[in-house]
Design a protein around this ligand. Structure first.
Ligand code: MN
Length: 233
């Protein structure tokens, strides 16, 4: 049986792990929608709904090493590229129907991520009842910093989360304000998909989402994790 590929296979997308000298190979990227009450409200919703999910392809990541400035190209088709700062959960042990009480054992570590969104295209799709992919799952739509193993990450569930654009605050909140906390999110997510090692979960963004333009520099932070710096080219 033939074993050669007809062309070179795409490389495994991976993220550096702080302090380990090894890398975290990425499987899937799940994202939680409207998971902070004040962000749900600014998007026109009540903030009191069950969690819902969408996905991005693994190769949408822009992996930025600690202390480096990553570059994201301003994407095509949009005139309203929004930032969403998020705590990212990195799954180390897979499973399905994981109970919230057992969920934290499945986590390898945490990172700071940006769920970059073509808001105008997403809003068009919402109005038409169509999938969000064109607004959410485009190339370079998911900048991410290095992963910190759980033991070194501190209490991320009570950490301040923030985003500055060109040095000015845009988003500032606390992970404790998640509507569905990390364990509850894993419970719900793993009822719908079997989680695997290498999965990432973008846990949702707090209020303050807004547009960026070419030339802007974004600095995202979750207390206890390396800062994520990205320039829009
Ligand atoms: Mn988001």
């Amino acid at each position: 049986m033939a074993s050669e590929y007809v062309f070179s296979a795409p490389p495994v997308v991976s993220i550096p792990v702080v302090g380990k000298g090894t890398r975290f190979p990425v499987h899937r990227i799940y994202c939680v929608g409207r998971n902070y009450e004040d962000h749900a409200k600014e998007m026109g919703f009540t903030g009191r709904e069950p969690p819902f999910f969408f996905m991005k392809p693994a190769d949408a990541l822009v992996v930025v090493d600690a202390g480096q400035t990553g570059t994201m190209a301003y994407p095509t088709l949009t005139k309203n590229l929004h930032h969403e700062i998020e705590l990212v959960v990195a799954i180390g042990t897979g499973g399905k129907n994981i109970a919230a009480a057992d969920a934290m054992k499945h986590i390898y570590g945490y990172a700071v991520g940006l769920d970059m969104t073509r808001r105008d295209l997403q809003n068009d799709m919402k109005k038409q009842g169509r999938p969000w992919d064109i607004g959410k799952a485009f190339e370079q739509s998911a900048p991410i910093g290095p992963i910190v193993p759980v033991a070194d990450a501190g209490d991320v569930e009570k950490a301040e989360i923030s985003l500055q654009v060109n040095g000015t605050d845009r988003q500032r909140s606390n992970v404790s304000k998640l509507i569905w906390n990390i364990a509850e999110t894993i419970e719900q997510l793993s009822a719908a998909w079997e989680l695997a090692p290498g999965d990432l979960i973008f846990s949702g963004t707090p209020e303050g989402v807004a547009a960026v333009v070419a030339g802007d520099t974004l600095v995202g932070a979750v207390a206890g994790l390396p800062t994520l710096t990205v320039k829009i080219a």
